[in-house]
Design a protein around this ligand. Structure first.
Ligand SMILES: [Zn+2]
Length: 84
């Protein structure tokens, strides 16, 4: 059994193994193609340590960039005399 989140309906679905259509092994992750019991489409779920590390790096970069963006906005506001 797998617990998936349908990207169409955003609902969590418990899925039987027989609904796994294919499993592809990639250097960075394993891709499972799962027939969704909720919407009937085939969704791809990727899993694996290297895949998660790559996702974490991307998320960390995005968070760091948002902190920089917020600092720039605060600095600009201070320069033009808008209270933070
Ligand atoms: Zn679905």
């Amino acid at each position: 059994m797998l617990l998936i989140t349908c990207p169409v309906t955003r609902t969590d679905e418990l899925v039987a193994d027989r609904r796994i259509r294919s499993i592809a092994n990639h250097p960075t992750h394993v891709a499972l193609h799962v027939e969704c019991p909720q919407c009937g489409a085939v969704h791809v779920y990727r899993t694996g340590r290297r895949w998660e590390q790559a996702r974490t790096r991307v998320a960390d970069r995005a968070a760091a960039q948002s902190a920089v963006d917020a600092a720039v906005v605060t600095a600009r506001a201070a320069r033009v005399g808008i209270p933070a």
